[in-house]
Design a binder for this molecule. Structure first.
Ligand code: G6P
Ligand code: MG
Length: 221
């Protein structure tokens, strides 16, 4: 029986993924690297330092910088990102999400945030939806990033639920892989070829409907 929903944040509840991508694009440009098209999915769900490593590896420059230099680049990226999200308001909640959260509340489902972002609590406050969630996984306490299942296992534990009692939402292939590795039902939001591993896929959040998702979940359990 469905008892909880576990949510990625960036690219699922709001379009902050575009701010991550833009900030990394500027940092990459400052060191003479142009982000490839695959960075759009590749940077989603990846922790800050993993994102920088992904960019450097893609350019064949993984040994170019010292750890201290990489820290400085990541700090620069975060400063730009923090500036960008300051302007976010409840109007930036993606279509379909307010109804989904309301329906989940009516059904008394537990709701947990499973985002790798240390800025997630700030965004939840800006969007004025922090109180809708029963918990937020603290990414600083994690040992491994998505696609490792750790963050989704932790979110499920925070909800006090089992893997077969939750539905998890993601916009990144690394995130869908993490959900599946945790043995949970995955809803993918985005390109169906990129998110092929998900159990249920919608092109945008506007198409999310709890009754339909629950029917697909029940058919599999
Ligand atoms: C989310 C985003 C990633 C981002 C990561 C870390 O998973 O999808 O693009 O790199 O969070 O975010 P942070 O705000 O901690 O740098
Ligand atoms: Mg995401």
């Amino acid at each position: 029986m469905l008892k909880g929903l576990l949510f990625d944040l960036d690219g699922v509840l709001t379009d902050s993924a575009k701010f991550h991508l833009a900030a990394w694009g500027k940092v990459a440009e400052s060191i003479g690297i142009t982000l490839p098209p695959e960075a759009n999915d590749g940077l989603r769900g990846r922790s800050r330092m993993d994102s920088l490593d992904f960019i450097l590896r893609g350019a064949g420059q993984e040994d170019r910088f010292t750890e201290a230099e990489k820290e400085a680049l990541a700090t620069k990226k975060n400063a730009m990102y923090v500036e960008a999200i300051k302007s976010m308001t409840p109007a930036d909640i993606l279509p379909g999400i307010p109804q989904l959260l309301a329906d989940a509340k009516t059904k008394q489902l537990k709701m947990i945030i499973a985002s790798a972002s240390k800025n997630a609590p700030t965004i939840l406050r800006q969007l004025k939806i922090a109180a809708d969630f029963d918990g937020v996984v603290d990414p600083a306490t994690l040992h491994r990033g998505k696609p490792d299942p750790e963050i989704y296992v932790r979110a499920q534990e925070l909800a006090g639920l089992q893997a077969d009692e939750v539905v998890s939402f993601e916009d990144a292939s690394a995130g869908v892989a993490a959900i599946k590795a945790a043995g949970q039902f995955a809803v993918g939001i985005g390109d169906k070829t990129v998110l092929a591993q998900a159990d249920y896929i919608v092109p945008t959040t506007a198409a999310l409907q709890l009754s339909q998702i629950e029917a697909a979940f029940n058919a599999q359990h």
